[in-house]
Design a protein around this ligand. Structure first.
Ligand code: 5GP
Length: 217
């Protein structure tokens, strides 16, 4: 444990970022990674790459057989099927980064988040949305990367996700990318002040105080 201004930094924080499809999660995450010091968990997926997506950076693009092997080998922290494709979080890099004190961002869906919360109750769950339903629909169809059918499926999915979203710790409305990224970073950094992250500090403090008092006798 090292002492920092304002808080004691121990293990890294597990940060789950979910949101309605089209809310701008990926852009937001990219901004966060470019400007601050976070580790990003690259998921494995059976979805085909979109234009511009890079294997090993945006996702590990794998076939169904490889994905099933990852499940069988217990190499995933969580996984889920979303609109016809599998998505999962490789376990090892996440646990390694947390152990090294790095905060890790998991950009996953509500089902994955539920699995993470069960295994890691100390994880911070943040839900990202667009300012309005209309704006979300416009962003999603404006992206032009999916067929109308898939866009409709994704919009319909957002209705189903509302109840899950209510169980998150925070809701952040992404209207201005710059501002939202700043708020998101502050929010994550503030989590380091949670007592669950710093309990050991009080143990050490009291031990030191007892030694100090003993030396005065
Ligand atoms: P997209 O196809 O738009 O990249 O992602 C579709 C959905 O899958 C998004 O809600 C995204 O957050 C989610 N997702 C991406 N990676 C993972 C993962 O590793 N696990 C789970 N459960 N969901 C994921």
């Amino acid at each position: 444990m090292s002492k920092h201004t304002g808080f004691v930094k121990g293990k890294g924080l597990l940060v789950v970022l979910s949101g309605f499809s089209g809310a701008g999660k990926s852009t937001l995450t990219k901004k966060l990674l470019a400007e601050y010091d976070y580790a990003y968990s690259v998921s494995a997926t059976t979805r085909k790459p979109r234009e511009g997506e890079v294997d090993g950076k945006d996702y590990y693009f794998v076939d169904r057989e490889t994905f099933e092997k990852l499940i069988a080998e217990d190499a995933l922290l969580e996984y889920n099927e979303y609109v016809g494709n599998f998505y999962g979080t490789p376990k090892e890099p996440v646990l390694g980064n947390l152990e090294n004190g790095k905060d890790v961002i998991l950009e996953i869906d509500v089902n994955g988040a539920r699995q993470i919360r069960k295994q890691y109750p100390e994880a911070v769950l943040i839900f990202v949305t667009a300012p309005s339903a209309r704006e979300l629909a416009e962003r999603l169809s404006g992206r032009g990367t999916e067929s109308v059918d898939v866009v409709i499926k994704r919009l319909t999915q957002s209705i189903k996700e509302k109840d899950d979203a209510l169980s998150y710790d925070y809701l952040i409305i992404n209207d201005d990318l710059e501002e939202t990224a700043k708020h998101l970073n502050s929010l994550i950094q503030d989590q380091h002040m949670r007592l669950s992250q710093q309990g050991k500090y009080l143990d050490d403090f009291v031990k030191e105080m007892k030694d100090l008092l003993a030396s005065l006798k």
